[in-house]
Structure formats: C-alpha cells, structure tokens
Write a protein that binds this ligand. Structure first.
Ligand code: SF4
Length: 415
C-alpha cells in the first residue's frame, strides 16, 4: 500500500471573490423572483442562456441547485420524495433530488444565503436535450407545477462531426423559441444585446479554458476537485462581466503558482484524468484520498464541458447552435475517444478514472468498452469506480478507497 501522508489542501486565494459573486448572483435571482416586473427563466446547463440573459431574464440553473443538494449531502434523503410520485430511483438523481427538495420545501440556498428560502418561481422553463432526456422531463414537471410554459431544443445526438445540417436544425429551433420568450419577457429580442452577451460568454469560456489548461504544468497548480468548485461562475454567470473578471483573477493566481512551482498536491507522483461526473457528496474525501496517495486528479471531461470556442458575436444564433452541439456529451464514442486521447497527451496523464454514475448513463462512458479500447490504443491503464453524482446509497466509500489504492499501486509499479 502506498505510504500514507497527511493531505494538504491548498486554498485558492480567489475563492473569496468567487463566493462573493456567487452570493450576489443568488441574491439578485431571489430579488428577481420577488419583483413584480423582472422575469425569471429556468435553463439547463447548456441551454440557450445567452438568449435568456440578452432578453433581460434572471436565469436559474436547476442543475446547479441539484449539485448543491449533492454537495451538502441533502440529496439522498430527498430523492425518495420524487420516487414516491413516480420518478424512478434509477433516473437522474439531480432531477429526483431537486424535485424532492421542492416537494419538501427545502433548499441548500436557505442555509448558505440567509433570507433566501428556495429558487425563484419561474416565468418560463427552457431546456436543451443535448445532455439527456431527463432535463425535459424535469422541466416539464415544474411547468405543470407552476403553470408556466416549458419550451426547448430537441438536440441531435451521438454524431461525430458537427455538420451544417445539424447546425441549421438547432439554429432554427433556437429561433423558434424567441416569440414565446418575447411574449413572456414583454420585450423584443435586441440583437445587439445578444451579440454582447455572446461575446462575454466567449470571453468567459476562453478564460476558463486557460484556467483548466494550467493543469498541464508539472506539478499541476489545480485539481479536478478545485475545478468543480471554481466552475460555478462559468455555469451560472456565463454571458456576464462578473464571470470574465473572476476568471482573469483566478488565472493570474494559477499562473503565479506555476511560476513558483506550487503544486495542488504535494509531491505529485501520478497524474490522473477523471472521466464522468463528480460524486458531489464526497468531493472533500476524494480530494484527500488522492492527495494522500500523492496523486493529482488534474483534468476532466466534466469541467472542460464549459469550454465553448464556437461562440461568435458576429453570428450569435448560429454560433450558439454550434457551441451547444459541440458539447462532449452529445458526441459519438469515436469523437469522445479521439478527444480523450488528445487530453491524455496534453496533460501528460498516466491513469484514467471512469466514474460510472448509476443514475446518469449519458455521463458514464465506461459501459460500452471505451476503457478497454483506450487502454489498448494508449497503454494508459484505467479504473472504473461505481457511484453516483447525488445518491450516496450508490456509493461505497470502502470499495472506492480499496480500488483507488490498488490502482495507484499499479501505477507505482509501472514507473
Ligand atoms: S446529464 Fe446526467 S446528471 Fe445531467 S441532467 Fe442528465 S441525467 Fe442528470
């Protein structure tokens, strides 16, 4: 067994600024929910947030709320509430935890942000099925609950190349959302404002890419576990100046770490790629486990999913369609494998961990032979750990620790 060390978690100084802008975001959202004039839209994580922001909506992301339910370990007890009204324990545990929280009248926002009780009531819900069908089911449930419209994009899936035909299809679907949104917002879409929002999203995404790519340095200045926290502004504030300013600051701090050879994990010996969702209720434990093993889990598909190089202010609607289609989760295995191979090389990776999340098949890429194919082609070994993003009943801490320790020993022997 690898020698045990006291884990050292190095605090990122910019965290304070991130918490402030996240707090401002949630209070603004809450104010919008209570205002007689401002409108609230609920949006999926890679839904048309740029369009909604440009039309003046305050935008709530239920997946972000569901991840908070996971991280605060409230989710597991809330999931049965949704099961009881017919939503299976086998489907997305973001959906079941979030609907469960609504049914129970509870929210992690209440504890984190005094004065806020729950997410604001929506005036409209807007989804994109580029990630999975669950988001449509999830939003449709709330549309019935609140008696408001639910509209969205039904995305093509499992394609290798983002072709013009696919982009035409999604562009038309985005255009078709506009009349309903204008009616709910009570104002017409201002194309100039949309261009500005797309430009800010592009800037945010570019800075986020640079932040994540600092982990290519040896030793890596940040880990996947840091990334899951610091991606907050990229998820809920893309299209805003605050997110851009935040990532400038974070990037400067990480570049400083590189210059001073500050490692996120002391004595970094192994460099791991994480494929799949985080286990939100175990972020700290997992971070400490790998630190003890002098192993840096430094790059992931998950955090990189908020990099959208296709956004283009000169062609806002079409470039939004391209960006939403280029998402990893919506692509074929052939594309995904080529992408992961590039990442393994770029980040000098010596092992891959696949998280097989019980309730999220779309984000679990270990089920159709990918680990075996990639290992054969690259010689880089992998480990599949079973778990879940939110439902801790699917997580065995003991088994995870035993399997991870054995895997790191295997990497040790290969050195
Ligand atoms: S991608 Fe997975 S976690 Fe995300 S909404 Fe869909 S099923 Fe849930």
């Amino acid at each position: 067994m690898a020698e045990e060390k006291q884990p050292q978690r190095k605090k990122i100084q910019a965290t304070g600024q991130m918490m402030k802008i996240m707090s401002d975001y949630f209070y603004d959202l809450n104010d919008a929910g209570q205002s007689a004039t401002r409108k609230v839209a609920w949006c999926t994580s890679v839904g048309p947030a740029e369009l909604l922001r440009a039309m003046g909506f305050a935008v709530h992301f239920p997946e972000n709320h569901a991840a908070m339910l996971g991280a605060t370990r409230m989710a597991t007890e809330l999931i049965p509430e949704a099961n009881a009204i017919g939503y299976s324990p086998d489907i997305c545990s973001y959906l079941t935890a979030d609907i469960g929280a609504h049914l129970k009248g509870t929210s992690p926002l209440a504890k984190a942000y005094p004065g806020i009780e729950a997410p604001p009531r929506p005036d409209v819900l807007v989804y994109n099925t580029n990630q999975c069908r669950d988001v449509q089911d999830w939003f449709t449930w709330y549309a019935r609950e609140f008696g408001v419209p639910c509209i969205g994009i039904t995305s093509p899936k499992n394609f290798t190349d983002v072709t013009e035909i696919l982009v035409d299809d999604v562009t038309r679907q985005i255009e078709a959302l506009i009349p309903t949104l204008e009616e709910v917002a009570g104002e017409n879409l201002d194309m100039q404002r949309l261009r500005e929002t797309v430009a800010l999203s592009r800037e945010c995404t570019e800075l986020w890419r640079q932040v994540l790519e600092t982990a290519a340095a040896t030793p890596a200045p940040l880990t996947f576990f840091d990334g899951t926290i610091h991606m907050g502004p990229a998820v809920v504030l893309r299209g805003t100046r605050q997110a851009v300013d935040y990532y400038r600051r974070l990037l400067a701090e990480l570049e400083q770490r590189i210059a001073e050879k500050v490692a996120a994990v002391d004595g970094e010996k192994h460099r791991i790629y994480w494929e799949g969702m985080p286990v939100w209720g175990r972020l700290r434990q997992h971070s400490e486990l790998f630190s003890e093993l002098q192993t840096s889990v430094l790059v992931s598909t998950y955090c990189s999913s908020w990099i959208f190089p296709d956004f283009d202010a000169n062609d806002p609607l079409r470039s939004m369609a391209k960006a939403y289609l280029a998402l990893f989760i919506v692509r074929s295995d052939a594309y995904k494998e080529a992408y992961i191979k590039r990442m393994l090389e770029k980040f000098n990776i010596d092992g891959i961990i696949y998280h097989d999340a019980k309730t999220c098949p779309c984000n679990s890429n270990s089920r159709y032979g990918m680990p075996q194919r990639l290992e054969q082609e690259t010689g880089i070994p992998s480990l599949v750990i079973s778990g879940d993003l939110n439902d801790l009943r699917c997580v065995s801490d003991e088994q995870t620790r035993t399997n991870v320790e054995a895997f790191i020993e295997q990497l040790e022997e290969r050195r």
